[in-house]
Design a protein around this ligand. Structure first.
Ligand code: NAD
Length: 288
């Protein structure tokens, strides 16, 4: 790295908190080194309090772009000059592109998920989707699946603060795309099971399976698992969640964790900010 950095080196940032655990700096800096690009990527511990100054800093220092994570994904919106159509619909930004001081916000979590699925040979177009969760990940996935032409998205969320977001997401999808979206409380287990049995794919975009909920799986009925049902869990730590283990033990053949989504949200952001392709196979060989 020290041999690479020069007076011409361009900077890409990541603004979030907590952020020291993030894999993104490794992903980006290894990509720059591999491709011989004169760029560096640095994580900055920035919360809502420092966000406005950080965005001014992006302009003042001509930082070429930035990733944005919690708690800033929504709060950054009024500080930007323009939003991509997906970012506007999702209501969140995870990537900012600095076009000579004009800051454009994008969201790549949803496209990252769709690309990860394509990598496994699954195209969301015309598919029936059962989606659990309507937080940040669930919202980005629902909107992108609709933009990419899913036939139906049946959203389930438990009766918590995110239920209202699920209702809002379905409304946006029904008003802006040809996809039919519905919302049902996760507590209606009969509807949840019926929906999975009629779906091409089950996407779990909840935090179930991740610390401190390692022992939680929203599916515990073996009759719901079919070899042709694609099961995608957004969680990537642990690499195999309780849901994934249960599905594999009961005959599922297409079970994926969230690592691919994490990789491709980064690859999409890399392309938007630098105009170059991230060397994804190389990054997979390092990180996976
Ligand atoms: P969030 O807090 O915004 O939303 C959490 C969602 O999970 C809500 O819909 C909530 O109702 C639901 N939920 C939580 N516990 C539940 C339970 N026990 N039963 C039913 N529903 C439950 O969080 P988020 O930012 O959307 O993140 C959700 C998960 O996705 C996290 O595990 C996160 O690590 C993961 N994630 C992965 C990627 C990736 O690139 N693979 C990207 C973003 C988030």
């Amino acid at each position: 790295m020290s041999e690479r950095l020069t007076g011409h080196t361009l900077l890409v940032s990541l603004i979030a908190t907590p952020i020291r655990h993030s894999m993104s700096p490794t992903m980006w800096n290894e990509s720059f080194a591999k491709k011989g690009m004169d760029y560096a990527y640095l994580a900055f511990e920035v919360g809502n309090e420092q966000l406005e100054d950080a965005v001014k800093g992006i302009r003042a220092l001509d930082i070429k772009g930035s990733n944005v994570s919690m708690p800033n994904k929504q709060k950054i919106i009024p500080l930007l000059d323009e939003l991509s159509p997906a970012a506007r619909l999702v209501g969140a930004v995870n990537t900012v592109v600095n076009q000579n001081g004009h800051l454009v916000g994008h969201v790549t979590d949803g496209t990252g998920c769709m690309r990860a699925l394509q990598d496994e040979g699954f195209d969301i177009k015309d598919k029936v989707v059962t989606l659990a969760g309507a937080g940040g990940a669930g919202t980005a996935i629902a909107i992108q699946a609709a933009l990419d032409g899913a036939k139906e998205i049946r959203i389930f969320n438990r009766d918590d603060d995110h239920y209202a977001t699920a209702v809002e997401n379905a409304k946006k999808i029904n008003e802006n795309t040809d996809t039919v979206a519905t919302v049902t409380p996760l507590e209606d287990q009969t509807a949840f099971k019926k929906s999975i049995s009629e779906s091409d794919i089950y996407i779990d975009a909840t935090s179930a399976g991740m610390h401190p909920q390692e022992d939680v799986s929203l599916i515990d009925d073996p009759s719901l698992i079919r070899p042709d049902l694609v099961i995608f869990d957004v969680v990537y730590a642990p690499r195999e969640t309780k849901l994934m283990k249960f599905a594999k033990e009961n005959g599922a053949a297409k079970v994926y964790n969230g690592l691919g989504m994490m990789l491709y949200q980064g690859a999409e952001a890399f392309k938007l900010i630098t105009g170059e392709d991230m060397p994804v196979d190389y990054i997979k060989s390092i990180l996976f």
